[in-house]
Write a protein that binds this ligand. Structure first.
Ligand SMILES: Nc1nc2c(ncn2[C@@H]2O[C@H](COP(=O)(O)OP(=O)(O)OP(=O)(O)O)[C@@H](O)[C@H]2O)c(=O)[nH]1
Ligand SMILES: [Mg+2]
Length: 323
């Protein structure tokens, strides 16, 4: 049979591959702990759970420790990987694998063995989650110039690594990774005189270049009295990557469906394939509807220009093209 008839792999196979990168102490591990704490329980809304029970328990106890004694997770001495599930209110689980790289790596010389391993690892990532330390940002004044803070936030090192990973991906025919700039410790930023989010294009121009799709969000991990976390935008980076994947699939399906429905193209069995594609498009629309709201309060950029979250998944343009 033709490619049109071949069963497409399931949309979430393989899981979304995410790599977390940011300086030592910028809040990577705490972000993961807080994300699961805020959204770990099923209660009708979206959820974020570690797939492995031991991982789930470890993240939960790290949060309990944070709430009880304001003790944050210790600095990492090795990378850790987490298989997580972003659960949508309708019960759909979107799997992702998150590699949390220790920030100390960014202080090592660029040509070290570890940096080579890190670049190879980043080249596998569909999305790179860059933690931008909100406490460092809050202490900065834009009038002081960007050079020093770009160094403090390790954004120049990160840019170099992302560029190398992008080149490796291109050599394999893969797109550049999506980028999420996660401003952590948003509680520290709250009172600052400038708006750090607005400074991002100046501090991380790589995220606003041609052919790059970027999310800018902020998160905080300060437990409220009683231990609950004031829900924030912790799910946004995962929802963002999911929306992009859904948008690509939707575009591909809409084109295939358009071809299949052209008069004179019917082949044996094609009615079943057409119905399956239409059904999948309906499912995609449902998932998109549940994900878009998770990007409220975030900035989404493509080629350096702000776009609506719905446009990540094709938006109205693709809706018009679906037969
Ligand atoms: N005020 C505030 N402090 C935070 C927050 N999140 C993290 N911190 C502080 O930042 C420190 C470092 O956080 P981690 O999550 O361990 O940082 P990391 O990026 O994983 O660091 P490495 O493992 O060394 O790469 C914590 O020990 C806290 O002191 C936050 O939301 N608000
Ligand atoms: Mg860590």
């Amino acid at each position: 049979m033709t490619i049109e008839m071949a069963a497409a792999p399931h949309i979430w196979d393989p899981p979304v591959a995410a790599a977390m990168l940011g300086p030592r102490g910028s809040g990577k591990t705490t972000f993961l702990v807080a994300a699961q704490a805020a959204f770990g329980a099923r209660g009708g809304g979206p959820t974020l759970r570690a797939e492995r029970p031991a991982d789930h328990a470890r993240l939960r106890s790290a949060w309990a420790e944070l709430g009880r004694a304001a003790t944050y997770p210790p600095p990492d001495t090795a990378p850790s990987d987490h298989s997580i599930l972003l659960g949508l209110p309708d019960g759909t689980d979107i799997p992702a694998r998150v590699d949390d790289h220790r920030g100390a790596l960014l202080d090592e010389p660029g040509e070290s063995m570890q940096a080579e391993i890190l670049t190879a690892c980043l080249a596998q990532a569909e999305i790179v989650l860059v933690t931008v330390d909100g406490a460092v940002l809050a202490a900065w004044s834009p009038a002081a110039g960007a050079a020093r803070i770009v160094g403090d936030l390790r954004l120049s090192v990160i840019t170099g690594l992302v560029l190398r990973a992008t080149a490796m991906r291109r050599a394999q025919g893969l797109r550049p990774p999506l980028l999420a700039l996660i401003v952590t410790k948003a509680d520290s930023v709250a009172g600052s005189a400038h708006t750090p989010m607005a400074s991002m294009p100046r501090l991380a121009p790589i995220a606003f270049g041609a052919d790059v799709t970027t999310l800018v969000c902020r998160v905080s991990a300060v437990p409220a009295p009683g231990g609950a976390l004031v829900a924030g935008t912790h799910l946004a980076p995962f929802a963002f990557a999911a929306l992009v994947r859904l948008g690509r699939r939707r575009t591909e399906l809409a084109a295939r469906l358009g071809r299949a429905l052209q008069p004179g193209t019917a082949r044996p069995g094609s009615a079943a394939v057409t119905i399956a594609m239409q059904r999948e498009l309906v499912e995609i629309r449902g998932a998109v509807g549940q994900l878009v709201g998770l990007l409220d309060d975030c900035g989404v950029y493509r080629d350096g220009k702000p776009i609506a979250a719905a446009d990540l998944a094709g938006g109205r343009e693709i809706e018009r093209r679906i037969p």
